[in-house]
Design a protein around this ligand. Structure first.
Ligand SMILES: [Zn+2]
Length: 372
């Protein structure tokens, strides 16, 4: 057995832990850039700093503006509070503050892909959804509108200095957001588990995260103020982030990158629409091979049945998507005519490299067509 595992320097988890952020911030820097989804007053939160409210998912240009504002305002620390968009934005700004230059110098796929050689500015991630796990990952997904694609800034230096995961921050998430972010979390527990890069530690995290999410996700969707279900989902999402940062993802995220670049749809909604179909196509492609046993294990955990087949796991996920009112990709404007170009881009996406089996162009197109 040989593996590597890396994560945020420090993780603080639990109800009410958000109140520890101001003291931690004061130890880590003099003045913070506070990245949030809605406008927030840092002083009111007890944080010395400059607000940087963002709208939608982060773009290369947003990172340029945030970095410039942080420099002009003398910020030596970045705090992001929000969903994956805010956390990825904060993470990317912290990386640019530490390294200088332009985001396109370092961006994968559409940029120059140069390594980020210097440490990021100190960065605190405070998730307010239970889905992305971005508080413990080493990449930030950025949109490059002129390229119609999303691509990552990625570096071990981008792992946050502090992740504060407070389940109470998710109590007021509306059901639709609970569903899509929760299915992103579920995807991020299944894909690292079946990944070609899975390891002994990530296996433990995925198995426990799947066990918790199977019960907690439908419960949190029905009753947003169910504290135990919200705590389990916050923990499951964290476990997914720990796993994906070390074991990679797969076909769902391989498609989510180009889809998110071409269509105006949240990442979680795309992953949710793709997940059951990606499972079925992967299971069919793995027939007769060793990798299928991983899908059988996923099915046993999700269904709670010792005799569950790999297909039963995919059926369970499809049924959950129906219960949680997940919309197909067609609802976001994806048409059959878009399939060939998307399959072409997905084949080159970084997440596709750890899919348990290399899918042919025909299999990629079939997967996407089923999700329409
Ligand atoms: Zn995701």
């Amino acid at each position: 057995m040989r593996f590597e595992f890396a994560t945020a320097t420090r993780i603080v988890f639990g109800p009410g832990t958000v109140r520890e952020v101001p003291a931690a911030a004061a130890e880590m820097g003099r003045r913070a850039l506070l990245v949030t989804r809605r406008s927030a007053d840092p002083e009111r939160l007890g944080i010395a700093g400059e607000p940087f409210p963002i709208h939608g998912e982060p773009s290369v240009d947003l990172i340029r503006r945030g970095t410039q504002l942080a420099r002009e305002a003398g910020c030596d620390l970045v705090i992001a509070m929000g969903g994956g968009s805010a956390i990825d934005a904060g993470k990317a700004i912290a990386a640019m503050l530490g390294n200088g230059g332009d985001p396109l110098d370092y961006l994968e796929v559409v940029g120059h892909g140069r390594p980020l050689k210097k440490p990021s500015a100190p960065f605190i991630a405070v998730p307010t959804t239970a889905g992305t796990g971005s508080e413990v990952t080493r990449n930030a997904v950025l949109a490059s509108p002129e390229h119609h694609v999303k691509a990552s800034l990625r570096s071990p230096h981008m792992l946050p200095a502090l992740a504060v995961v407070d389940p109470e921050l998710t109590l007021d998430l509306p059901p639709a957001l609970t569903a899509t972010t929760g299915l992103d979390a579920l995807t991020q527990l299944i894909e690292p588990y079946v990944s070609s890069r899975a390891n002994a530690i990530t296996d433990l995290y995925c198995a426990e995260g799947l066990r918790l999410a199977a019960t907690a996700l439908p419960r949190a969707w029905r009753d947003g103020h169910h504290r135990a279900a919200r705590t389990d989902m916050a923990f499951a999402s964290l476990l997914g982030g720990l796993a994906l940062a070390n074991a990679g993802l797969g076909a769902v995220h391989g498609f989510a990158a180009p889809l998110g670049g071409m269509f105006d749809a949240p990442h979680g909604a795309l992953c949710a629409a793709l997940l059951p179909h990606a499972m079925r196509v992967n299971i069919a492609a793995l027939k007769g091979s060793e990798g299928l046993s991983r899908y059988a294990a996923v099915a046993r955990i999700l269904t709670g049945r010792a005799d569950a087949s790999p297909e039963d796991g995919a059926d369970w996920v499809a049924s959950l998507c129906r219960d949680l009112e997940i919309r197909p990709l067609g609802a976001y404007g994806v048409r059959p005519a878009d399939v060939p170009a998307l399959a072409h881009k997905a084949a080159a996406a970084s997440s596709m490299k750890s899919n348990p089996v290399t899918l042919t162009r025909a299999q990629l197109e079939e997967l996407l067509t089923r999700a329409l």
